[in-house]
Every structure is written in C-alpha cells, then in structure tokens.
Write a protein that binds this ligand. Structure first.
Ligand code: ATP
Ligand code: MG
Length: 362
C-alpha cells in the first residue's frame, strides 16, 4: 500500500472570527511522507488550522500549498485528503467492509478494485476478520481503526487526524499510537495529526508544531522540543519543568557560569551564550534532578521535602526551595533513598552541567 507522498506548506495563514485570531500568521512546512503533529492546549487553533488544510474553513489570509502548488481555493472534494476525527461516526447501518468501501464507491471504482482495496485496508488495521460486523458490534478502538481504514482506502494525498484517539482509555490509546505509527511507516503518506497530549506527540511525530493562541511558538523534531524548548511555555507544556531565575557570571568558548541563590553553577552548552551580568531563566526537567543529604560537602541548592509520591517505577518528590519556590523531582525507585523522601527531610538538589536549558520568558 506504499504510496506517493506529498509535501505540505502553510504560508502566513490567518483565520479570524470577528476579533478572535483563531489562527494567527502561521507558516510551516512538512516534507513528503512525514508525520506532523499540531500540539497545543484547548483553543490554540489546532482544529481551525486542520480545517483550513482540509478545505472546510477558508483562510482569512495566506496560502496552503501541496507539492508547492496552491490549493487554497480548492473545495474539500477536490483535495483527495483522508480524514479521521474524534468520534467521526461510521455509518451505523453499514458493515465494516461497506463503511471502508464507501469512499471508493463515491469515486466510482470498479467492484474488483473496491474488493481488493478494502481487503488491503482492513489488513492494514488488522480488522479483516470483522469485515461483516456492524459498527455497534465493535469496541471504540476497533471503530477508530475502521475510520482509519476508510480514510486510507482511496490512497489520499494527505491523512488528517483530529484527536482520533482522545475518546479511548489510556492503555488502548498507547496501543493505537504505536499502531498508527506503524501504519504511517507502511503507507508512507504524509500525516497531519492534532492532539493536546504531549506524550502522544513525542511518540508518533517526525515534526511537532506547538501552537498557542493561534501562533506556532516552536516547530521541530520531538527531541528538539523536549531537550531544547525555546520558551517557558514549551518547556512547561512538555512536562512539569522547573524554572530558575539566574544571573550570568562569566562565559568563555565552552560555556558559561551562572549564579542561583548565591551559588555558582557551570554550564557547558552555549549555542547562543548570554552576556555576563544578564538575567536569564533556566529550565530543569524533574527527571534530571537528583537529591543529596543537605549535609553533603559542597551542597548548593538546599530545600525541604514536602511530599514524595510513589507511582510505580518512580517517585515524584516536591522540594520547597524557599524563595525559589517548589521544585518537582522525579526519582527512579531504584535511586530513591528512604530517609531523603520523608516530609521535612533537608536535602540538596544537584544536576549534570548540561541539564539546564535557557528559555525565554513568555
Ligand atoms: N466558527 C467559529 N466561530 C468563532 N470562533 C471560533 C470558531 N471556530 C473556532 N473559534 C475560536 O477559535 C479559537 C481556536 O479554536 P480551535 O477549535 O481551532 O481550537 P483547538 O486548538 O482545536 O481546541 P481544542 O483542543 O479544544 O479542540 C478558539 O478561541 C475558538 O473559540
Ligand atoms: Mg480542536
């Protein structure tokens, strides 16, 4: 079922509803065959952007291009895109096979072609044995797989997905995430997926665009966004980051040193090193922080354990740093030392030199 894939470019696209900028001057492009995720909180403009790609919503300004040719004025029927939405209902009176065959019948495909394509599509989503069932005889996960088969059966130029997994429970969602990724690999079509779930975005995507208030605040590969968030918002969105106001002390070619709460820290990484005397905001992920007894030689950031919660493979610890606020620390259970986790324990925080990332205030 490997198909010719297409590139997608969005150029300065805006959609306003009266005073509301639902999508605000968004530009991004995705290469043929990539898996793009639009990620952002509720109301950030994800669905509006997807609907403009699909052709159901007309941009107020800007251009949408497929393989560098404008499709901005094209009606949805002429775009040949597959779509799966959250709870995008199947036809209840039609069997699984007839549901999947539907787009091919609309396109007046021959019976032989329909039979072959429906079989291939149902194999792809592992539902061949349920072809004769009605939708109501399927689980939620199976229904979404039928919707996926129906969206892929006619070899669409793009597959658009709007929170297709959000109605499913956590375990099933994780299963379908890896299945969707595998299907993407097998068909090779360009996918554009919408979600507000950062784990889903990280696990499935080649590229992620983080949206906030209709704007793209960062665009990149999952590791770029997770390891090098550009702003406080992005760092926070990818999981309970800690923030520290710091003062830059000095710098050289290999990095810089900064001061937090009267202590000196060194930092090796220096893509765009700040100037001495500058105030910056640093972000540290909870899983990069380690705890030591406060009495440890050279201990720097001292705090008090407020609460430690066991969640299976790890402990979530909240440490009160006084004027610096509260810090979230995630410790693998194997590294969790009992008396450092008691409420009231006096601890020091440490991390590797490369663990901090400088982020913009926003
Ligand atoms: N037809 C419309 N008329 C007026 N305002 C709209 C319309 N569609 C969307 N909006 C507004 O545009 C903004 C973006 O909405 P959109 O549905 O694109 O967000 P979203 O990121 O998909 O959110 P969610 O995660 O809740 O689905 C919101 O403020 C919304 O209220
Ligand atoms: Mg939406």
């Amino acid at each position: 079922m490997q198909q010719v894939a297409h590139s997608l470019s969005i150029e300065a696209v805006t959609k306003t509803y009266g005073p509301v900028h639902a999508v605000d001057n968004v530009s991004l492009s995705v290469e043929a065959g990539q898996f793009l995720t639009l990620l952002g909180p509720s109301g950030s403009g994800k669905t509006t952007l997807l609907m403009m790609i699909a052709g159901f919503v007309e941009p107020t300004a800007g251009e949408i291009l497929l393989d560098r040719k404008s499709i901005t004025g094209l009606v949805p029927e002429k775009r040949n895109f597959g779509m799966v939405f959250q709870g995008y209902a199947l036809f209840p009176h039609m069997s699984v096979a007839d549901n999947v065959a539907f787009p091919l019948k609309v396109r007046k495909a021959s019976k032989a072609e329909i039979d072959e394509r429906v079989k291939t599509a149902l194999d792809l989503v592992q539902l061949s044995t349920l072809a004769d069932r009605l939708p109501k005889q399927l689980s939620g996960g199976q229904q979404q797989r039928v919707a996926l088969a129906r969206a892929l059966v006619f070899s669409p130029d793009l597959l658009l997905l709007d929170e297709p997994l959000s109605a499913l429970d956590k375990k099933l969602r994780a299963e379908l995430q890896s299945e969707l990724k595998e299907i993407h690999r097998r068909v090779g079509t360009t996918f554009v997926n919408v979600t507000h779930d950062q784990e889903e975005a990280l696990s499935m995507s080649d590229r992620i665009a983080v949206l906030r208030d209709g704007k793209v605040v960062q665009y990149g590969a999952p590791t770029d966004l997770y390891e090098r968030p550009a702003t406080r918002f992005v760092a926070d969105f990818f999981g309970a980051a800690n923030f520290l106001p710091a003062l830059i002390l000095d710098r050289d070619e290999s990095g810089f040193a900064y001061e937090v709460a009267g202590s000196r820290f060194e930092h090796r990484q220096a893509a765009a090193p700040p100037a001495a005397g500058q105030s910056v905001l640093l972000s540290v992920r909870p899983d990069k922080v380690r705890l030591q007894p406060a009495a440890t030689e050279g201990a720097k950031l001292l705090g008090t354990v407020r609460v430690a919660t066991y969640v299976g493979r790890q402990f979530h610890v909240v440490v009160d740093l006084g004027a610096l606020g509260r810090f979230n620390v995630t410790l693998p259970t194997a590294l969790a030392v009992g008396d450092l986790l008691e409420p009231g324990a006096e601890v020091a925080l440490t991390w590797e030199r490369d663990a901090t990332v400088m982020v913009e205030h926003d």
